[in-house]
Design a protein around this ligand. Sequence first.
Ligand code: NDP
Ligand code: 8X3
Length: 245
Amino acid sequence: MPTVLVTGATSGIGEATVREFADAGWHVVATGRRADRLEKLIAELGDQVTTSAFDVTDAAARDAAVAALPPIDLLVNNAGLARGTAPAQEAKLDDWMAMIDTNVVALVALTRALLPGLVERKGAIINLSSVAATYPYVGGNVYGGTKAFVRQFSLGLRSDLAGTGVRVTSIEPGMVETEFTFVRTGDRAKSDALYKGANPMTAEDIAATLLWVATLPPHLNINTLELMPVSQSFAGFAVAREGVA
Ligand code: NDP
Ligand code: 8X3
């Protein structure tokens, strides 16, 4: 039975990924800060799931958690967040640092720690990037920057890992209804309003995609995969004109 480590398994895409892989017979190591939610996964899925509650931005806690891991065949770097929707000139620096620490620094550190084992086992890495990596939007500033890093880091890993048999994929979803927008805005009504009537993708849609990527024949690598709900598309270029705010 292969083992997958899923970060950010207490909610949204990560939580759905735990169920999807457990249903498919994998052993799942589920992580996140909210231990009560991880306990619920164990209650639901039994001994196919083990859990490790830690903050990915806490280097000591992260190192201790990594040291206690079983051998990992697939690392799903999913833990991540956006904080704020303000334009750069009004954004809070603390919000920016939280996104960089979580989406970039922690992801890089976990990946580096697990790479030797993944090489040994000819394993795989799936990183959660975003359409925000490719398409800028107002207020996306550092969030988009972190996700562009995740995409390019994934491609760089592919270069370095050529010949090892390790597969690396950057998954780049658009709108998925999860706790993402509530975390970003702190406002449940704003989050509900964003998704209302939009028929967004579900966490289960993305989890099924991750399982598909992970179970392709071992000679196939999906480098990058961009997904959107049919209802979502692209905005045009913005033009600022004199005298118009
Ligand atoms: P959720 O907010 O529902 O889930 C985020 C998960 O990340 C939670 O389990 C949370 O766990 C975990 N997490 C956040 N910060 C930390 C931390 N410091 N330490 C440990 N775990 C942490 O959002 P999604 O499921 O939507 O997001 C999952 C990933 O998908 C993110 O990387 C996001 O950027 C990406 N994504 C989301 C899209 C969307 O539209 N929803 C679209 C494109 C990409 P806990 O709080 O318990 O620690
Ligand atoms: C989340 C998608 O469009 O809110 O990564 O940035 S978006």
